[in-house]
Design a protein around this ligand. Structure first.
Ligand SMILES: Nc1ncnc2c1ncn2[C@@H]1O[C@H](COP(=O)(O)OP(=O)(O)OP(=O)(O)O)[C@@H](O)[C@H]1O
Ligand SMILES: [Mg+2]
Length: 349
């Protein structure tokens, strides 16, 4: 049975407080997942974003049953893992740490061999090749002659052969040139929009996932620090308010009386103030209170204008600049780093 909650999107996969550590060859304990919790809404493209070593691959492997968590629960398609791994495995297709195909065979031949494992017909091999947009030449040419982008797309085709509802792709854009990244992005959107797939992709580069993901999960040190739709994330970001005035001294004093910090900025058109409202501690968003408390709150443009004009300071210009996803990402990561600073080291050395 699917997991649902009110009008919220159906959750296909849920990680709840998953812990996993490895024993390294030098006998140390390396924490990979440290209370990892995330949800995957059905029908979305989810970008699992985090720096190298943050635990992305380990989390995806845990979902696929390739790594066994020490603690915590993972549910997928309403079933608990690892108990129902076989049930879940039939509904997932994956590409983890690059595709493994035979160099001397064509892409089509490679897929036919893989298809035998899933009982896929020849026509289904042709279908998945079409889905990923590999043209006839690519079918004739042996795998060793493929570009990296073609190899990745063939890997996705292989993951589609089991007719999965959920595609799990670990760094599918790694090493691709901008054109191939665009192809991959279009492919993932097509799989979502035309074939109803849910797709989880991991990356350590925000720009790679930003344009394709509906939902972003940011992982840092084995822990999820943000798990939200892109609109939710953007609504949490603080915007920058810039006011251009003739009398900056009076403007600063008026704003200071009402708790706003107005920092002089060297604007092109004379006295320019960047206005920040006091930090808000009551706000929680999808990045917890972390990202919002990392910086000042959003200055309310209408209120700032009213305060100034009430005291006969008439701004020449008032500009609201919204925070970008990158600003929000950086704020969330900084806040998470600040929170862990001073905590126990993550391994035994
Ligand atoms: N089999 C293993 N043995 C020992 N340590 C491991 C093993 N697998 C992962 N780790 C460690 O666990 C942590 C998380 O690794 P993981 O591969 O999940 O990160 P990642 O986010 O996928 O990184 P990357 O962006 O480099 O792929 C790292 O410190 C890594 O060295
Ligand atoms: Mg990885």
């Amino acid at each position: 049975m699917a997991v649902t909650s009110g009008d919220a999107p159906e959750v296909l996969v849920r990680f709840d407080q998953v812990f996993k550590s490895f024993r390294t060859t030098r006998g140390r304990r390396q924490v990979a997942l440290d209370g990892f919790s995330m949800s995957v809404p059905r029908g979305a493209v989810i970008g699992l974003l985090g720096p190298n070593g943050s635990g992305k691959t380990t989390a995806l492997k845990a979902l696929l049953g390739l790594v066994r968590p020490d603690r915590g629960t993972i549910t997928a398609f309403g079933r608990e893992l690892p108990a129902d791994q076989r049930f879940v495995a039939r509904r997932m297709g994956a590409l983890i740490e690059g595709p493994a195909f035979t160099a001397s065979l064509t892409g089509e031949h490679n897929l036919r061999l893989l298809g035998e494992l899933h009982g896929a017909e020849r026509s289904e091999v042709a279908d998945v090749l079409d889905m990923v947009g590999l043209d006839a030449a690519a079918r004739r040419r042996s795998y060793s002659g493929y570009s990296l982008g073609m190899k990745q797309r063939l890997g996705v085709a292989g993951a589609l052969l089991s007719r999965p509802d959920l595609l799990v792709l670990d760094e599918p854009m790694n090493g691709l040139d901008p054109e191939a990244v665009r192809h991959m992005r279009e492919l993932l959107k097509r799989l979502r929009d035309e074939h109803g797939k849910t797709v989880v992709i991991s990356s350590h580069i925000l720009a790679e996932v930003e344009l394709v993901s509906d939902w972003i999960t940011i992982v840092r040190n084995g822990r999820v620090i943000c798990d939200a739709s892109i609109p939710e994330l953007l609504s949490q970001g603080t915007s920058r308010l810039v006011v251009r005035v003739h009398d900056a001294v009076t403007a600063r004093s008026v704003l200071a009386d009402h708790g706003y910090a107005a920092v002089p900025a060297d604007g092109p058109a004379g006295a320019e103030l960047q206005v920040e409202s006091p930090p808000r501690t009551d706000r929680t968003g999808p990045c917890g209170s972390a990202a919002s408390s990392a910086g000042p709150g959003t200055a309310d443009g209408a209120e700032v204008l009213r305060l100034l004009t009430d005291r006969a300071v008439y701004p020449r210009e008032l500009i609201v600049e919204s925070a970008s996803l990158e600003d929000i990402y950086v704020a969330a990561v900084r806040a998470a780093d600040a929170a862990v600073a001073g905590q126990e080291p993550r391994h035994d050395d």
